[in-house]
Design a protein. Structure first.
Length: 633
């Protein structure tokens, strides 16, 4: 179809994501960025820039305006854009009150143009699937969300953490902004789209930080059909978790992890596709495709937001632990889990005077070596396209508790613990970060792929997983079967990691590394383990050689990476590829599928590796003995 002319209003903060998305859609011939609107100086994108959105729309002939500005500006800008003749993609929440929501609704009716709201989770096929998953009516939905936010988050903009600014409603609180998707998704699963769907609301708003709005909250929504939605969220957790909906039926229950589009029932996770909301709006403009999140579908959410707007200020709570960059409410994650399971509010569980009589673990995928938990298998919903999102192991620990993986380090923010990453599969970047361009060097391109989970189920001692490797245009290039199993060893434990890539293109699949394109020594790609930096400096050796220069590129069955506190013994059990090794710049190890020559995969590719994880520094003799005695499953 002819590219749709797009302007983006608000190009700092989250607006950068929209610019990147327009760039991606432009690469597919579906969109054209023709202008940017901001009150601050904007990056030079080679298009007109103005602080006057209606004038910019008129000047550029824009057909769609993406609005990613502060919450209190949404209604006036959306109305102005619609009346200037542009369809609108409006970031969530759509408006800070029902009155402002109705202003936008009136402009939609007046102009006959579309207003899609950026509740991206509602583009997921997991949402309609969740409604019928249990095979019986859903009587209640519990929502649990626990994230961590630094002090700087609440000072990122003049409106951050505010209920009102200069007499204007802002409503930047945990329920209405960072966890707005959680609320909207729960309402969508319950079919409570309209303002009239909500019959009653109980609110408990708290704040541990020195802000106006809530950073820790509960809401219980009673719908007109009797369904109960109980929401508990906090921005004062000790770590980031994946928020979820706990679906309660009469006899069964399930979970929807809305950030990663996964449903969990009876211990099995199933992944679903998600449609990009801007792409959906462009298809609506050109081809009449039905909108996924029209403004009317967000009425129930706006009803809750309006109740929060009229509620008393959040109650300050003590008991938070002060850390260098943030406040942490110890145990708040466990309370959120209990609240979702029991459809209760925080006060009903004793908060803020108590954090509960028992800890409740967050529902996660963990690997155990015997009785001991040794690793968490993570699928994160907060990653950008340039991260090449993929499942990965982190943290991985020794039996003594030392963490031996690293994620998003400053030196390579696209490194994620232990997993499978390839820099070039038929031109798509599944490694993350830049792509090496011959004659140019590393360059960020709109060519990043992602690994989307299709299923994850327990098998003896671990998990079996099915993944799709999806290119930037949505094409499935490969399907992957993966297994991860943890085994206890005397004084250590072993991870058995195997994967099979099935070509789905109909032609031989091409796998390349940067070294294949001329970057000497950069043969990375395949199974890769990013370890944490160690002050003592790790050593690396094989049975034949030691030191980074000597073992980098060698083909040997095993390789050890060791330091004073921990050791990793890598053993190739299926396939024998050259070792990619870094020690001086950062500690990282992996067999290289395409060391310096492209690898052609007509049908399938099979690889397996065992990693022995041990406390302390392994000697070459001990490493050789472990290889001989314990690495064969």
């Amino acid at each position: 179809m002819k590219p749709v002319r797009v302007v983006v209003a608000g190009v700092h903060g989250y607006g950068r994501h929209h610019l990147e998305n327009v760039r991606r859609l432009a690469g597919a011939g579906r969109a054209q960025l023709v202008g940017v609107c901001d009150v601050r100086p904007s990056p030079d994108l080679g298009v007109p820039c103005s602080a006057d959105l209606p004038a910019l729309i008129t000047e550029t002939g824009a057909e769609v305006a993406v609005i990613a500005t502060p919450i209190h500006t949404h209604a006036p800008l959306a109305v102005a854009a619609l009346r200037a003749g542009a369809h609108v993609l409006l970031e969530k929440p759509p408006a800070p009150s029902v009155e402002e929501f109705e202003r936008i609704s009136a402009a939609v009716a007046e102009t006959g143009l579309a207003c899609q709201v950026g509740f991206q989770s509602l583009g997921s096929a997991a949402v309609p699937a969740a409604a019928g998953l249990l095979g019986e009516p859903i009587r209640g939905i519990g929502v649990a969300g626990a994230w961590t936010r630094p002090f700087s988050y609440f000072s990122r903009a003049p409106w951050a953490g505010r209920r009102r600014l200069d007499g204007v409603d802002v409503m930047d609180g945990a329920l209405t902004n960072p966890f707005a998707h959680a609320v909207a998704t729960a309402l969508a699963v319950a079919g409570a789209d309209e303002v009239s769907s909500v019959e009653g609301i109980e609110l408990e708003l708290y704040r541990a930080n020195a802000i106006e709005s809530d950073d820790t909250s509960s809401a219980r929504i009673r719908l007109a059909d009797g369904t109960v939605i109980a929401i508990t969220v906090s921005l004062c957790a000790g770590r980031r978790t994946e928020p979820y909906l706990h679906l309660h039926g009469r006899t069964r229950s399930a979970r929807l992890f809305y950030t990663v589009d996964e449903l969990e029932l009876d211990g099995v996770r199933t992944g679903f596709d998600r449609v990009d909301l801007l792409a959906n709006l462009l298809a609506h403009v050109r081809e009449g495709e039905e909108l996924l999140v029209p403004l009317a579908r967000t009425g129930g959410f706006t009803r809750l937001l309006d109740e929060i707007r009229r509620a008393p200020d959040p109650l300050p709570v003590g008991g938070a632990r002060t850390e260098p960059t943030r406040l942490v409410l110890p145990g708040i994650e466990g309370l959120a889990v209990r609240a979702a399971a029991e459809l209760k509010t925080l006060s009903e569980l004793g908060f803020p005077g108590s954090l509960g009589p028992r800890p409740e673990p967050w529902p996660e995928t963990v690997l155990c070596a015997g009785p001991q938990q040794v690793a968490t298998y993570v699928q994160r919903g907060d990653l950008q396209a340039t991260d090449a999102p993929r499942p990965h192991l982190h943290p991985v620990r020794t039996l003594g508790g030392t963490v031996v993986t690293e994620v998003q380090p400053d030196d390579h923010v696209h490194h994620f613990g232990a997993g499978v990453a390839i820099s070039d599969v038929n031109g798509a970047n599944f490694w993350g970060g830049s792509t090496y361009v011959p004659g140019v060097g590393p360059k960020i391109l709109p060519n990043h792929g992602r690994q989307r989970r299709r299923s994850l189920r327990p098998v003896g001692g671990g998990f079996a997983e099915r993944l799709d490797w999806i290119g930037p245009d949505g094409t499935v290039l490969a399907a992957e079967d993966r297994t991860l199993v943890a085994r206890p060893l005397p004084g250590a434990w072993a991870l058995d990691f195997a994967f099979t890539l099935h070509n789905r293109t109909g032609e031989p699949l091409s796998i390349q590394s940067s070294a294949c394109k001329g970057r000497a020594g950069a043969g990375y790609g395949g199974f890769f383990w990013r370890a944490p930096k160690d002050s003592t400096g790790p050593a690396v050796f094989t049975a034949e050689a030691s030191g980074e220069q000597a073992v980098h590129g060698s083909r040997t069955p095993w390789l050890a990476l060791t330091c004073d506190d921990w050791s990793l013994l890598f053993v190739q059990t299926r396939g024998l590829d050259p070792w990619f090794v870094r020690v001086a710049e950062y500690p990282g190890v992996g067999p290289a599928l395409a060391w310096d020559t492209p690898l052609s995969v007509p049908d399938r590719l099979d690889r397996a590796i065992t990693v022995v994880v041990a406390d302390g520094r392994l000697t070459p003799a001990r490493a050789s003995a472990l290889f001989a005695e314990h690495t064969n499953p």
